[in-house]
Design a protein around this ligand. Structure first.
Ligand code: B3K
Ligand code: ZN
Length: 881
């Protein structure tokens, strides 16, 4: 593990390298404890670098065994090698030369899961961001594009399968039961996209013919015996390939496309050229073991990694500050794909919920950073919701500002102009300026300025002059190291909703540019006046969540009720109801804190019943509408001095009110939604299950709730229903005989399937209340748990810390203490995973003072640990700053 060097990387320090590596040949001789890697690098000085200059290559924990230039060993005075760096003092001055580097690795002892490691007897690699330097010394930066040829040798019995990037060109037998394969990737690529997989895996194969008639062999490799769980991923891959041709005009370019599922992986998946490596959680799916959410995630992540082939691989990033260039854009593409495959409004609501629950706390807390950061200490800590999700929202806004057609023209120009290059955000914005003639300089602040802009809005209707006036004021709150903010360009989709629920027409508008139903806010204050508006409209603002902002509209509750029932924009309809629920929960919280009984309007509770029963709405939409805002969402709305127990109590009171008001309606609907026939993971069936399971959650509050949930559990024929029932039991009826029985039954049925046991861990870890901590501690001793496996750690410890407000934030601070200890244990093996976990404490300053002090003490105890990794120190120190 590398300890922190304290080095800060700054965007303004970027400069091109002095040397280039046009060709890279790698020979691997794979051994579990000793793997030899011979790298033959063709190196040349960059044109324009005219002075002799030393060659400095990156390494990380490497052992050098051999070093030659053009076939001659270097003498000791000619170079300096440490585990983390190789310097060649006087490289040849003219033309190209070949540098041969032999290193020795120990894949079995690589628990950081970066570089080359073994997972369940499979050799695999992870190189993004800086893992390639754990394999060989290299110019390990994304602007060094090289053509790779990779030869892999292994014992055939141990690793019959040998994969790398590109196309297979040769394979054969060697002496003593060994064999080899050679792969060549004709597309120059950065080192972070290098990949190798070797082992004994099962496989499903398929074939895709591209729009221009090129056949592509598709392979998905999984643990033997699990081949029958890979079909959905294959189907999603084929649909992704087709969609990218139809919607973005992008075809696949190699002869093969392979996906490998491994069980130890630091994140979701990795887009290595022609050889995507996946966390098996995002490949394996069957109705018996995967929920509808799992199916949807698999579809989205398969698409995401595939789409990277153009947005990330063919056009990559000049440096890591540009990470959003590939990630934000590719998330946007996968969102659009899922919207087209499923329900667009439902997908949009789900995206916004994720953005608010993951990105808003980041933007509003100590870890806030711009979509394109200007500095970092550890790049792995910048694979954030801001770079990914907000990055995607910024691309979506470009489309809103330009219109769909112009946006597509800009994308076409981007592919044409930058194919084969390592590009920047400036390059990306320029193509849209060039095709549209629009000036995007103010808009560019979305990339450069951190923080969630806020708009406060008031409205006035003048019936005499038939005008409707909207006053909009923008502000961007300060974020760490950016105290003064500039004004942003905020595209606000809107509608003036008339009494009949239809959008009203208006004659003219003054005060801001309004185009195609979008108000463009650019100044601090806009007074926008619509004329020709005789009746008072209800304002529907930020439709489709056209801008990632917070919005405070002075609006009467009856206007929100009206929008929740009549807005023609489904997102805004959902939003209006969600705002009502949030406001009601906040009011209940204040009552609980003041020692009063929470009170709710009957109207609101009845509206929940009407939405549940509204046959004109999709099932999935109704389920999303009925899902109460999460405790963390409510906490964000309140802002400071948070008492998580009081939020929980207020939220529970609202759930009870809705359940009691609608008990008959919900019970009837719950019966009506019962499904028969075979299972299908399609969006409509999933939506139906989702609504029924949401209703179960409400009904479980009422008398007989535990028995009903137990019956649901017993009758379940798929994992969605089974996991939903188990959640209701464990969260609403903890300690009941029904719950204990269901938990035990689930354990005995699935103890051999680690991915399913992850659900069992998370369900228990997220059960509200102070008692959960002891349960979590006990579960760390369960035979299915392993502190070395990222999925297990995230399910149990991550679930507890990031999704259990009352358990984690126990008033006595014991939740934080357990957490700090566990983070440090995880860090000894896997610093990246530990750093990611530690972000669960990022909102500690919004807590009430006593919890704040305890959370701070836990953070300080992590900070004080000896030999802290760069990854964890970076997160902890920024969180404390
Ligand atoms: N690009 C990878 C993420 C790599 C994370 C490195 N710490 C997966 C993705 O976004 O597609
Ligand atoms: Zn990505």
């Amino acid at each position: 593990m590398r300890t922190d060097t304290g080095q800060v990387f700054r965007i303004e320090d970027y400069r091109p390298s002095d040397y280039l590596i046009p060709k890279t040949e790698l020979d691997f001789r794979l051994g579990q404890d000793s793997t030899r890697v011979v790298a033959r690098l063709i190196i040349e000085r960059r044109a324009g670098v005219d002075k002799p200059v030393q060659l400095e290559l990156d390494g990380d924990g490497l052992i050098l065994r051999r070093l030659e230039i053009d076939g001659e060993a270097l003498d000791a005075a000619g170079f300096e090698a440490t585990p983390d760096r190789l310097v060649i003092h006087n490289p040849p001055v003219t033309g190209r030369f070949t540098l041969l580097i032999e290193t020795e690795l120990d894949p079995s002892r690589n628990e950081a899961l970066m570089g080359l490691y073994r997972s369940s007897k499979v050799y695999c690699t992870q190189c993004e961001a800086e893992g390639f330097r754990r394999i060989t010394y290299f110019l390990d930066r994304p602007d060094i594009l090289s053509v790779y040829t990779v030869r892999i040798e292994a014992e055939r019995a141990e690793a019959p399968l040998l994969l790398s990037n590109g196309n297979p060109i040769e394979s054969g037998d060697l002496a003593d039961g060994w064999h080899y394969a050679v792969w060549h990737d004709p597309f120059p690529k950065p080192s972070y996209l290098f990949a190798l997989v070797a082992g004994d895996l099962g496989c499903i194969k398929d074939r895709f013919v591209t729009a221009s008639g090129k056949p592509v062999e598709l392979g998905i490799y999984v643990e033997r015996g699990k081949e029958n769980q890979a079909g959905y991923a294959m189907d999603a891959l084929r649909r992704s390939m087709k969609w990218d041709e139809e919607v973005f005009g992008r075809e696949y370019d190699l002869d093969v496309f392979n996906i490998v599922a491994v069980s130890d992986f630091n994140m979701g998946a990795m887009e290595n050229k022609g050889l995507n490596i996946f966390n098996d959680k995002y490949v394996l799916a069957a109705e018996e073991t995967a929920t509808d959410a799992d199916f949807a995630n698999i579809e989205a992540i398969i698409a995401h990694e595939y789409f990277h082939n153009w947005t990330g691989n063919r056009i990559t990033c000049r440096d890591w500050f540009q990470l959003c260039l590939k990630e934000g854009l590719t998330v946007f593409r996968d969102h659009e794909f899922s919207a087209d495959q499923r329900s667009r409004p439902v997908k949009r609501i789900a995206e916004v919920r994720t953005l608010r629950s993951h990105q808003f706390p980041e933007d509003q807390g100590p870890l806030a950073h711009p979509v394109r950061p200007r500095r970092y200490r550890e790049i792995n800590n910048f694979y954030t919701a801001t770079v990914y999700e907000k990055g995607s929202e910024v691309v979506r806004m470009i489309r809103t500002v330009l219109g769909a057609e112009m946006f597509r023209r800009g994308m076409d120009l981007y592919f044409e102009r930058h194919d084969g290059e390592a590009a920047t955000i400036e390059d990306f914005l320029r193509v849209f300026e060039d095709v549209s003639g629009k000036d995007l300089s103010q808009f560019a602040l979305w990339y450069h300025q951190a923080g969630t802009p806020n708009l406060s809005v008031t409205t006035a209707h003048d019936p005499v002059n038939a005008t409707f006036t909207i006053e909009i004021e923008q502000s961007v709150p300060p974020t760490p190291s950016e105290s003064r903010k500039r004004l942003m360009h905020i595209p606000l989709a809107f509608g003036l909703v008339g009494a009949d629920g239809k959008d009203m027409a208006f004659d003219s508008v003054e005060g801001a540019s309004v185009e195609d139903g979008v108000i463009h806010v650019r100044k601090r204050k806009h007074v926008v006046t619509f004329s020709g508006v005789a009746e008072r409209p209800v304002l529907s603002l930020n439709r489709g969540f056209s801008a990632p902002i917070t919005l405070a509209v002075e609006q009467r509750a009856e206007d929100q009720m009206f929008l929740a029932s009549h807005d023609s924009d489904p997102f805004s309809r959902w939003q209006a109801f969600n705002t009502l629920l949030t406001d009601a929960t906040v009011a209940a919280y204040r009552n609980v804190l003041g020692g009063r009984q929470p009170e709710f309007s009957d109207e609101l509770a009845k509206l929940a019943g009407r939405i549940a029963n509204d046959g004109t709405l999709e099932h999935a939409f109704r389920a999303l509408a009925l899902a109460l805002p999460g405790e963390a969402d409510v906490a964000r709305e309140i802002g400071k001095n948070i008492d998580p127990d009081a939020i929980f109590a207020g939220r529970e009171a609202l759930a009870r009110k809705i359940a009691e008001t609608n008990s008959d309606v919900f019970a009837q609907l719950y019966e009506d939604l019962r499904m028969s026939g075979g299972f299908s993971p399609d969006a409509a069936s999933a939506g139906r299950r989702s609504l029924r399971n949401t209703l179960l959650d409400y009904l479980a509050i009422l008398p007989g709730g535990a028995a009903r949930a137990a019956a649901h559990f017993a009758a379940a024929t798929n994992m969605t229903d089974r996991a939903a029932a188990l959640t209701v039991l464990a969260h609403r009826h903890a300690g009941s005989p029904e719950t204990s029985a269901a938990l035990a039954q689930f354990d005995s049925r699935y103890h051999g399937d680690p991915l399913v046991m992850d659900k069992w861990f998370t369900i228990q870890a997220t059960a509200p209340g102070a008692a959960t901590l002891e349960a979590v501690k006990a579960l760390t001793k369960h035979p299915a748990f392993s502190i070395a496996n990222p999925n297990r750690v995230r399910s149990l410890v991550g679930g507890f810390a990031s999704a259990n407000q009352t358990g984690f934030n126990r008033a006595d601070g014991a939740g934080y203490d357990f957490f700090a200890e566990t983070v440090l244990t995880v860090e000894k093996r896997n610093p990246q995973l530990a750093a990611r976990l530690a972000t669960a404490l990022r909102s500690w300053r919004s807590l009430e003072p006593e919890r704040q002090a305890k959370a701070r003490a836990a953070l300080l105890s992590i900070q004080a640990a000896e030999g802290l990794s760069a990854d964890l120190r970076d997160i902890v120190e920024r969180t404390l700053a």
